[in-house]
Design a protein. Structure first.
Length: 443
């Protein structure tokens, strides 16, 4: 703790990753200064408000602002003066149809910071980047910094899940630092000393391996989800039940049950764009065939959306035109208000384009959904959205939907038909209440 109190850390970029990292490091006892180029975001954070939904983060932000351990700025000179360790936490979105990562934010973080570095400094990237990026950035940092090679850069990917960001940051399952500099390694070790003392594995690798750890972890997770979704496709036509299949597989501890949940598939700001950026990078490196299976992983995932729409269409007699459709869920997963590449909104918007009146409800993501998808209708409650519906689609498995009462919902809908896109409901219970229940991968 004494060490932590002395260390001053800057966090560059205050989105999901950066804001969570900044608040958690302050909670761990460090002096933290967060930087973002977005003034509005910085004003919100300064006033103790988190610009997105992340359980537990508001409390950490407010208590650490009050304790004086956490501050925010838009000024690179201030950040450079304040800290000896800088963490780059900016986004790397998908660039365009090529699928490659857009590195403009990481580049401008380094270019914004470097000219102010006049004393020996450690810069550590946490963003997800294509393998090879860190080496280029390290050279750029040393070239632009007045202190030259004494400004050193390493790469330490994060693995936090949205919705569990605080927990995953305070209790990471591993720390990976890619560097060949003992100063960088020492700074990162000091940052996570409490976690390492508590048993968190600490791995020192070269920069390329560290970059690859992150993208390959996400590629593996995406593959696991698409694997079980491929089994769902087979199960549907073979007369099998993918839920029972997944359960039986899960007892083999070499396979395990996590990320084996069949349904509408993955979305969000990470898995879809990370597998595409990984393929694009493999292509550049001349090893495209090594990752061509990820194309299939992506295709299986996209087919889940089409299949969900097909099932709903069948349920209402073959045509969406003039029908009333309720969609439960807009966020890409529960406990988040993130709608980036949301499977739920993709399905909702396609059904609307086929002529249905679609009404969406989500416990947290309504405001964002409204801005991005003005073509959809929104309700401020689950029963409000399902009122007069010819079919209900459950597309994000919020606890509120899992615990829905089929009798109560049955009172307000026009027809008791439900598509369970996340295999989140008990079919026996819903059928007993008079509902026609359909799910992906089941009979
Ligand atoms: C992911 C990784 O888990 C995390 O380690 C990394 O740092 C960032 O990317 P996140 O995008 O927050 O995190 O979401 P995650 O919980 O991994 O879920 C991703 C998507 O997969 C969601 O759309 C979810 O609904 C879907 N999913 C997950 C399934 O369809 N089935 C499953 O069994 C698990």
């Amino acid at each position: 703790m004494v060490e932590a109190e002395r260390m001053r850390v800057s966090v560059i970029g205050t989105g999901y990753l950066g804001a969570t990292t900044a608040a958690c490091l302050a909670e761990m006892g460090f002096e933290v200064l967060g930087l973002d180029v977005d003034e509005a975001k910085i004003d919100l954070l300064r006033s103790g408000r988190v610009p997105f939904y992340e359980p537990g983060l508001d409390e950490l932000l407010v208590s650490n602002l009050r304790a004086g351990r956490l501050r925010f700025t838009t000024d690179f000179a201030e950040v450079a003066e304040f800290a000896d360790l800088h963490l780059i936490c900016v986004g790397t979105p998908q660039r365009d149809e090529s699928g490659a990562a857009d590195l403009s934010y990481v580049n401008s973080a380094v270019e914004g910071l470097a000219p102010h570095l006049t004393r020996p400094t450690v810069v550590v990237g946490r963003s997800t980047v294509p393998v090879g990026t860190a080496a280029t950035l390290a050279a750029r940092l040393a070239a632009l910094a007045p202190v030259g090679k004494e400004a050193e850069l390493g790469w330490s990917p994060e693995f936090l899940r949205e919705g569990f960001g605080v927990e995953d940051t305070l209790h990471p399952d591993r720390i990976v630092i890619g560097t060949d500099s003992s100063r960088v390694e020492k700074a990162v070790r000091a940052l996570w000393q409490q976690q390492v003392d508590a048993g968190t594995p600490f791995l020192v690798t070269d920069m390329q391996t560290a970059e690859l750890v992150k993208v390959s972890a996400n590629a593996f997770l995406a593959t696991k989800i698409s694997f079980i979704n491929a089994m769902a496709e087979v199960s549907e036509v073979a007369g099998a039940d993918v839920i029972q299949l997944a359960e039986a597989l899960s007892y083999d501890d070499r396979i395990g049950g996590k990320f084996l949940g069949p349904g509408l598939g993955f979305g969000g700001g990470c898995l879809p764009k990370d597998i595409r950026a990984f393929m694009a990078r493999a292509d550049e490196l001349g090893v495209e065939p090594a990752l061509s299976f990820l194309r299939e992983v992506d295709a299986i995932n996209q087919r889940r959306r089409a299949r969900t729409i097909d099932i709903a269409r069948q349920l209402i007699g073959g045509n969406f035109a003039g029908r009333t459709v309720a969609v439960l869920g807009a966020a890409f997963k529960p406990n988040s208000d993130d709608i980036r590449d949301s499977p739920a909104l993709d399905v909702a918007s396609t059904i609307a384009s086929l002529g249905a009146r679609v009404t969406v409800y989500d416990p947290q993501a309504l405001e964002r959904a409204r801005q991005e998808h003005p073509e959809l209708n929104y309700a401020d409650s689950m029963l409000g959205a399902t009122r007069d519906a010819d079919v209900v689609l459950l597309l994000t498995e919020w606890a509120e939907f899992r615990e829905a009462n089929p009798d109560e919902m049955g009172e307000v809908v026009a027809q008791k038909r439900i598509v369970d896109g996340r295999n989140a409901l008990d079919p026996t219970y819903w059928r007993a209440s008079g509902w026609t229940y359909r799910a992906l991968g089941r009979q």
